[in-house]
Design a protein around this ligand. Structure first.
Ligand code: GRF
Length: 197
């Protein structure tokens, strides 16, 4: 039986695309629902192109609406992939241990409220850190603080701008997130993974 994955997006959805591409064919997981808080999120169109149901939340703050939509698709794992709004606490509780987020820096550094998009990469460069890279973690009540499942490291290079660093990190996100989802599918729940470089 296939492990049923819902992906939440607010923007372009390149991580969603990486998942859709990786979970074709005989893989033990498949994307059964894409949810967004925005009707114009590019990720919704990617879902439609792949024949995956794409739904817009009428009220992203309404836990009951989330739970109804996720329950209807019998979702095993909820993946936040560039979902920029707060997920209602009732959903976080209901999906505790079954909900992951991808963050574009090496948590626990460079996370927390307001740390998303270019700001993350600006902060990494400003800190003088030699490395950055994506983190996939479990979602709990505190922003970017749930248990870390996997990370991948990339160098921060002299002359990097937030855009060049973001691109290097994003390339690794597209490998890391499908790896974590496939490991979760095999185990039946998200599992910590040895870090790959
Ligand atoms: C990624 O950098 C992810 O780490 C962050 O939001 C971005 C989403 O990009 N949470 P995309 O929409 O998957 O292209």
């Amino acid at each position: 039986m296939s492990y049923r994955v819902a992906v939440c997006v607010s923007g372009g959805g390149s991580n969603l695309q990486a998942l859709l591409d990786r979970l074709q064919g005989e893989e033990p997981a498949r994307v059964v629902l894409v949810l967004s808080n925005r009707a114009d999120a590019g990720g919704l169109e990617r879902a439609r192109q792949a024949g995956v149901p794409a739904e817009v939340l009428a009220d992203p703050a309404d836990a009951a609406e989330w739970i109804t939509r996720l329950g209807r698709r019998d979702v095993d794992l909820l993946v936040l992939a560039g979902y920029l709004k707060l997920v209602p606490p009732g959903v976080v509780q209901k999906y505790a241990g079954r909900m992951v987020n991808i963050h574009p820096a090496l948590l626990p550094d460079f996370g927390g409220p307001g740390m998303y998009g270019q700001r993350v990469h600006e902060a990494v460069i400003a800190s003088g850190a030699a490395e950055s890279g994506p983190t996939v973690h479990l979602v709990d009540e505190v922003y970017d603080r749930g248990a870390i499942l996997a990370q991948r490291r990339v160098p921060v290079l002299p002359g990097d701008t937030p855009a060049t660093l973001a691109e290097r990190v994003l390339t690794e996100e597209h490998r890391l997130l499908p790896d974590v989802v496939l490991a979760a599918a095999r185990a039946g729940h998200p599992v910590p993974m040895a870090n790959a470089d």
